[in-house]
Design a protein around this ligand. Structure first.
Ligand SMILES: Cc1ncc(COP(=O)(O)O)c(C=O)c1O
Length: 390
């Protein structure tokens, strides 16, 4: 019914993933399984809604409508039992801009901001690029599962007088969907120590079947007072190029400050087509999303089984969601730089190198599995052949 197995040609569309090699200096023939978008076509209802909007032929500045807000509130209520008031929702053209905006609104140069590497690189870029102090509470790999180090978390908060914590929930790149206990423990420390939380929940909808994601304030109501929740339909429905995100700020004072910063930076209005796509996604997209995540989870199992049978020295860390797998390639015995060269020039694979997620990621790579299974088979075959030639 859905075309997850169809190999769609994306070259020639300006795709960062498929066309970015010349600008970024990567070999043209390396198979791209890196940047976090999907190689799947979006749900038909999204395309239909965009076509209908395009037929109007006028694309001026556009506001979110009543039905737009209702679609977000309905989604959060149905999927997460999270009642979101309409006025809590602020539109911003992307979650990365939204995080930078939060740093501007709530911290000043020199303030300490905590992150949990290995983590999505724009987090550290935002902290360092805005002259804030980067404080790290690294995740700990226990067996093949990444865990929190809560003792270190609180010690770092106290020692450095941390003002703001950028939480990644679920966590990119390691694919952990944090449990209620883990989330509650982090929330409790932040509430007690007066730390503001920016919860990047852009991967919220990508938990594997049977795994549950909890929006932080839905689990810990007190977090309504200290949390900015960054959400977007972009990862879930493969519409990242439409640059539309919904930042949920329950506390009125935080919201006024945040909204003022957004107005000041000209970031309170979003793309006219993004609004239409978001509304269609949250209104009609659930069956497609559930089918896509079942396909992605099966892709993950395929990679695990393939590596287990053919390249047992390479490991896949445990994940509970996301269309990204975090592979431990330290068994090859390379430095991070050697590993990158080997993958690009011998295996002819363009993956996200682990060291870009923080030095904690050296020896690891992130593999995007939101693609037809045949493409994954090709990639794993190339990897196996290159390893066997060593
Ligand atoms: C954790 C996380 N936050 C934000 C983004 C990007 O958000 P946006 O494109 O809305 O700026 C990504 C994309 O991969 C991500 O993984």
């Amino acid at each position: 019914m859905y075309k997850f197995d169809t190999l769609i040609e994306r070259r020639g569309t300006g795709s960062v993933k498929w066309d970015g090699h010349a600008q970024l200096g990567f070999p043209a023939d390396a198979l791209p399984l890196w940047v976090a978008d999907m190689d799947f076509p979006v749900p038909a209802e999204i395309t239909e809604a965009i076509k209908k909007r395009i037929a109007h032929e006028v694309y001026g500045y556009t506001l979110a409508t009543d039905s737009y807000y209702d679609s977000i509130r309905g989604w959060m209520e149905r999927r997460y039992s999270w009642p979101v008031a309409r006025e809590w929702i602020l539109t911003v053209p992307g979650v990365v801009p939204a995080i930078n905006l939060a740093l501007h609104a709530f911290t000043k140069p020199g303030d300490a901001v905590l992150i949990q590497p290995p983590v999505y690189p724009p987090f550290s870029n935002a902290v360092l690029g805005n002259d804030r102090r980067l404080i790290k509470n690294p995740l700990v790999l226990v067996g093949d599962r990444y865990c929190l180090d809560l003792e270190d978390f609180e010690a770092k908060v106290v020692e450095n007088r941390v003002r703001l914590f950028v939480l990644c929930s679920p966590h990119n790149p390691v694919g952990r969907v944090w449990s209620p206990e883990e989330l509650s423990a982090m929330a409790e420390i932040c509430l007690r120590r007066h730390v503001l939380i920016v919860a990047d929940e852009i991967h919220q909808d990508l938990a594997f079947p049977g795994v549950r994601h909890y929006p932080l304030p839905a689990l810990v109501p007190a977090c309504n007072e200290n949390t900015i929740i960054c959400t977007a339909p972009s990862k879930s429905f493969n519409i990242a190029g439409l640059q539309t995100s919904n930042i949920i700020v329950p506390d009125p004072l935080l919201r006024e400050k945040y909204a003022a910063a957004a107005r000041c930076w000209g970031m309170s209005k979003v793309n006219a087509l993004g609004l239409v796509a978001c509304e269609a996604a949250y209104t009609y997209g659930a069956p497609w999303l559930d089918a896509a995540m079942a396909y992605v989870a099966a892709n993950g199992n395929f990679v695990r089984e393939y590596l287990g049978a053919n390249l047992p020295q390479l490991k896949v860390t445990e994940s509970q969601g996301l269309f990204l797998l975090w592979l431990d390639l330290r068994g090859l015995g390379f430095t991070a730089e050697e590993l990158e060269t080997f993958l690009l020039h011998r295996a002819r694979l363009w993956l996200n190198q682990g060291y870009t997620f923080g030095e904690e990621g050296r020896g690891f790579v992130r593999l995007n599995i939101a693609c037809p299974r045949a493409r994954l088979e090709q990639a794993l075959g190339q990897l196996e052949a290159a390893v066997n030639q060593l």
